[in-house]
Design a protein around this ligand. Structure first.
Ligand code: SF4
Ligand code: SF4
Length: 303
């Protein structure tokens, strides 16, 4: 387990979530048009991560403050605790602070209470079908998700919005039980078929992923399984028969989505890995279709 996880509870304000980004409108993160909240922090350390600065929580060491060329970073005026303040108006998004940070973190995070987030959702509620909470790994901030979705589901003006979670599937069964009453569905990443491959790519084993998939499928809350194809690295092609047998046994309503690995933004050895082309995806899709898996959702773009 990453060491930062043990101190999550101390670092996060009790009622606030650490948020790396909010997108007011997305049509690729669940059904229809959606407001998507990306939470900061992840318990995986994927070689292919495109946003490694979202893995750790900032510990307010202050190391990045002096690196900012436009003084967008400073110590917050708070005599009881020292925290780094980010001025979004001054920031020119040069990302110098990210390169300075000794952790996989960023000073560029927001802290939203449930009330703050409800305000934002209400501003956008006429234009969206629902809300998706993603990450990082969203479920590390389980209490925030539960409180926010509970508030949405009990607010007469918001309860028509669907509530979805995008997760790596590592949440425990008891964690899912807390969320199930308030979520309409979940999108789960299956990052590799074999345990050894999953461990190599993510730094974690995948026994909880399969348990999450089984639980969500049984509860009719599994909306989508996502397979990220990294040609020659992930093992979906070499394990195609076992993978197809597994996917065919999922309820027919579950979407199987193939995603194509791209190497831009990656900082590990994975930046030298070959990007996944449309032809690579069509080949994997063909192998799955021949074995009766489908319909499959393929990438709209390859960039
Ligand atoms: S990304 Fe923004 S906060 Fe970070 S160094 Fe650049 S200007 Fe400063
Ligand atoms: S972003 Fe990194 S360098 Fe900056 S204060 Fe946080 S932990 Fe320190």
């Amino acid at each position: 387990m990453n060491s930062h996880l043990a101190t999550y509870a101390e670092k996060l304000p009790q009622t606030k979530a650490a948020v790396s980004k909010v997108i007011n409108f997305s049509c690729v993160d669940g059904p229809g048009s959606r407001l998507v909240i990306f939470l900061q922090g992840c318990n995986y350390n994927c070689l292919n991560c495109h946003n490694p600065q979202t893995i750790d929580l900032c510990d307010n060491c202050g190391g990045c403050i002096s690196s900012c060329p436009v003084q967008a970073l400073s110590w917050a005026d708070n005599s009881t605790s020292s925290s780094v303040k980010w001025d979004t108006d001054l920031c020119i998004h040069c990302d110098t602070c990210l390169s300075i940070c000794p952790k996989q973190s960023t000073p560029k995070t927001y802290h939203y209470s449930v009330a703050d987030m409800l305000l934002l959702i209400r501003k956008n509620s006429l234009f969206i079908n629902g809300i998706t909470i993603s990450g990082g790994e969203a479920t590390l901030q389980l209490n925030f998700i539960k409180s926010l979705f509970e508030a949405v589901k009990t607010a007469p003006d918001l309860q028509h919005l669907s509530c979805m979670v995008d997760s790596n599937g590592s949440l425990s069964e008891s964690g899912w039980q807390k969320l199930l009453p308030f979520i309409d569905g979940a999108m789960i990443d299956l990052k590799a078929w074999q345990q050894a491959t999953h461990l190599w790519i993510t730094g974690r084993d995948h026994h909880r992923v399969f348990r999450s998939l089984a639980l969500l499928a049984a509860e009719h809350k599994l909306y989508e399984v996502r397979l990220l194809h990294i040609p020659g690295k992930t093992d979906f092609e070499s394990e195609i028969d076992a993978l197809a047998d597994y996917l065919k046994k999922l309820p027919p309503a579950v979407r199987i989505k193939l995603n194509a690995f791209q190497n831009h933004g990656v900082t590990t050895e994975a930046k030298t890995w070959k990007a996944c082309t449309e032809q690579d995806i069509k080949q994997l899709a063909g192998q799955l279709s021949q074995r009766g898996v489908g319909p499959l959702i393929l990438p709209a773009v390859y960039i």
